[in-house]
Design a binder for this molecule. Structure first.
Ligand SMILES: Nc1ncnc2c1ncn2[C@@H]1O[C@H](COP(=O)(O)OP(=O)(O)OP(=O)(O)O)[C@@H](O)[C@H]1O
Length: 309
């Protein structure tokens, strides 16, 4: 459905997109995950022909994307980072206005506006003006305006930045429902938990390039970490740390502020082995937990830095 090939975008000397390649299929909730400044917004703006790029090709629905390809643009719903609604219109009127750009039948539009209001949970605010809405509710209105006409493709650029948990859940549920109803979704975020929760396929970006892509499971299989074990409150000597490093399947040991973090390859009994060792040394310890790899581990192993840096 979307094909991006060798996309290069420079802002002066800064290379914001460095030969970006992406393929997105119909029916996906496709997550574009990357730290701030990795090029997600630039990629979306180029995709929508809102921004000129230096090199590369973009195809949407099998057609070359150009600034005046209105046939393609008609089928895309956009929710950008900056809220763009009219202060002088109410919640319903705003949604009706944006929906009216695509749907001319008044009765059909009434249904769609009502559905969009329910989608984002703004039933109690139909007649409220945007200035009276909290940040989270305003973002929900922004989303309703972008999706009410039920486009074939919906692009959301960091829709949950700075929203309260209730609004965030409502937004994530709404996106999944839109996808069930037939829209393909592109979702950019630097929150890996969100991307992991809703996206069917993910591309991880860094420095304007895709550094890994696949389903969450596929991404996690690309890395060495199979399990991360954390043990709280210990007093470990250098000799003991060395013993721990030498335990089978342990490949990275970090000890700071009396918290021991071990990264192990996927194998059975890693936790038992470390607990047995601690017990054999008569060491006291507090909470112990074992976690499966996260997308942050994927990012960490590929780039050497945390996603949240
Ligand atoms: N108009 C601009 N002029 C100059 N540099 C820009 C401009 N817009 C973005 N950049 C730079 O391009 C790079 C990519 O930015 P972009 O906004 O696409 O990243 P992002 O992944 O969307 O980040 P964020 O999550 O902060 O939105 C960054 O280094 C940014 O500073």
């Amino acid at each position: 459905m979307i094909h991006i090939e060798n996309l290069v975008k420079r802002y002066g000397d800064l290379v914001a997109l460095n030969h970006l390649n992406l393929d997105i299929k119909e029916g996906e909730i496709f997550g574009l995950l990357g730290p701030n400044g990795s090029g997600k917004t630039t990629a979306i703006n180029c995709l929508l022909s809102l921004l000129k790029y230096d090199k590369g090709d973009i195809e949407i629905f099998g057609q070359k994307m150009t600034p005046d390809n209105y046939e393609v643009k008609q089928q895309i719903g956009i929710v950008l980072q900056n809220v763009a609604v009219f202060d002088e219109l109410t919640v319903s009127e705003n949604i009706d206005y944006f929906c009216g750009l695509y749907i001319h039948d008044k009765n059909r539009r009434r249904e769609l506006v009502e559905e969009a209001i329910r989608f984002v949970g703004l039933e109690d605010y139909r007649k409220t003006r945007p200035q009276k809405l909290s940040g989270g509710l305003l973002r929900r209105l922004n989303i309703a305006c972008g999706i009410a006409h039920k486009p074939r493709l919906i692009i959301l650029d960091e829709p949950t930045v700075a929203v309260d948990p209730q609004s965030r859940n409502k937004i994530l549920e709404g996106i999944q429902e839109l996808n069930r109803q037939g829209s393909t979704i592109i979702y950019t975020s630097h929150y890996m938990e969100e991307v992991e929760q809703i996206c069917t396929r993910i591309a991880i970006m860094d420095h304007g390039r895709v550094i890994a892509s696949g389903t969450t499971e596929e991404l996690k299989k690309m890395i060495k970490t199979g399990e991360t074990i954390t043990v709280e409150a210990l007093l470990l000597t250098e000799k003991q740390l060395q013993d721990i490093r030498n335990l089978p399947h342990v490949f990275d040991v970090h000890y700071e502020d009396q918290i021991l973090t071990l990264r192990c390859t996927g194998a059975q009994h890693n936790l038992i082995r470390i607990l047995n060792y601690l017990q054999s040394q008569n060491l006291t310890f507090g909470r112990v937990f074992s976690e499966l790899p996260t997308l942050n581990d994927v990012f960490l192993e590929i780039t050497g830095k945390q996603l949240r840096d």
